[in-house]
Design a protein around this ligand. Sequence first.
Ligand code: FBP
Length: 551
Amino acid sequence: MEISALQKARYAYRPKLPVILTGPVSDIAIEFGTPTESVADQADLRALFKHSYGKPLARFVKGKNDKITRRLTVGVILSGGQAPGGHNVIAGLYDGLKKGNKDSKLLGFLGGPSGLIENKVVEITDAFMDEYRNTGGFDMIGSGRTKIETPEQFAASLETAKKLGLDAVVIIGGDDSNTNAALLAEYFLEKGEKIQVIGCPKTIDGDLKNEHIETSFGFDTATKTYSELIGNIERDANSAKKYWHFIKLMGRSASHIALECALQTQPNICLISEEVEAKKLSLGQIVDQICDSIVKRAANKENFGVVLIPEGLVEFVPEMKKLIAELNDLMAHYADEFAGLSGFETQAAWLGKKLSAESAKVFASLPAEIAKQLLMDRDPHGNVQVSRIETEKLLIGMVEQRLAELKKTGSYTGKFSALAHFFGYEGRCAFPSNFDADYTYALGFTAFVLIASGLTGYLSSVKNLTAPADQWVAGGVPLTMMMNMEQRHGSKKPVIRKALVELDGKPFKAFAAKRAEWAVKTSFLFPGAIQYYGPSEVCDQPTKTLILEHS
Ligand code: FBP
């Protein structure tokens, strides 16, 4: 296989670890805190997780650990969307297992959770592992979005685990996949089986975080990749001075990616979905806000600019949120009837009768393409596929209309030519930044220590991330601690609570303090491409979000 010069060089990169993980493994002991509670709905969750609810926080400290060198067989799953660093979680886990006992084995389940259900597996060897160290992508074993939810799927997962003689399963995933990890851990305990389940916090979206999980891996590399591209577009806009660029950014519901990119590139506008919801802004008001900047910049003869749009925006505009919630419920409750309706016209007529009067009006007012996108299949976890809704085009169309009205009144005399972009997949498989390469390797190694110490139902946790890696603090967070009950597929389900942008948090406040100036005055910042080699202030910086949150 031909490989690039950078890939060859990255093979030689040695990820940095917290000091506790660098010595003999038998010197890593676990210190437990007091029992924990879930973030909400304690009674419901206690009843659902009878055997695994409320475990204490675990932290690694120097001390004797006799269990850790026993021979283990572990299965690993990459779950959900790709995020830079996934291969290094596997590398950290693999190296930890081999350091504990050279006869321990790591098996990779192919294609995500379905690999466990269907027993599709490959053994990870030294040579196989070495091909993927410090590389982006999930192509080593593949990923998938299958949810383990039916009794048959749980039973099949147990059967596979027993057949393979597994001591533990590691699920590398986001909030939904780690909810699955919690359910699987509970199921194995319920069945009296010793197979442990440990999760690792993955997702470019940055929405799997809390006091104990400072960030999910992949967010660092993905936002740096998008910011490079946004900076390049800003410079092009400032050179040609003729286009407004509307850039939608991945991230599902949360606007962490958009906010981080705004802090890195200082665009004219960055919409934050959580603020739209808090202020109950309608689509019309959002359009007015964008037009205000366009009109003011046109008065300065600057008929160009950059607008960042979080992909989940439509879910937070009150009238759209209500409509989407009603659509989700209708499409779940009348799944067969809905599937039998042929063509958009028929579906729209059917919905016109079933939706509330208010939502029916909103649905009818949307451009047909956007209305069709709202009806696309939900993902296996019941989420609307916001990546596929062309919000950037919807906003461009509405801005054009509004500017035409303003032109008639004479309050706008500029020129408006807009281009739509969507950045998402471009950032999910980049070579992990040094931060993500180190962080993921540490998460994988931590998962090994949790398993070898006999824990189950925990998420691998590495904290103190703004300090140099040797000072990072490793341990485990009980999965049930992060859970609450939410409406999914038309009924209440236990899920890990998503962390959305906090409007009283430091990253949002830093952005809010500058945005009025950026809206009018060209203040673009050009971060350039991720650097893997060179001075530490260029190569090893964490995200602005992380730095601000810890300042
Ligand atoms: P995860 O939560 O699985 O990490 O998803 C990340 C993500 O990139 C989202 O930002 C995006 O909405 C979604 O995946 C796109 O899904 P798909 O890869 O199935 O098109």
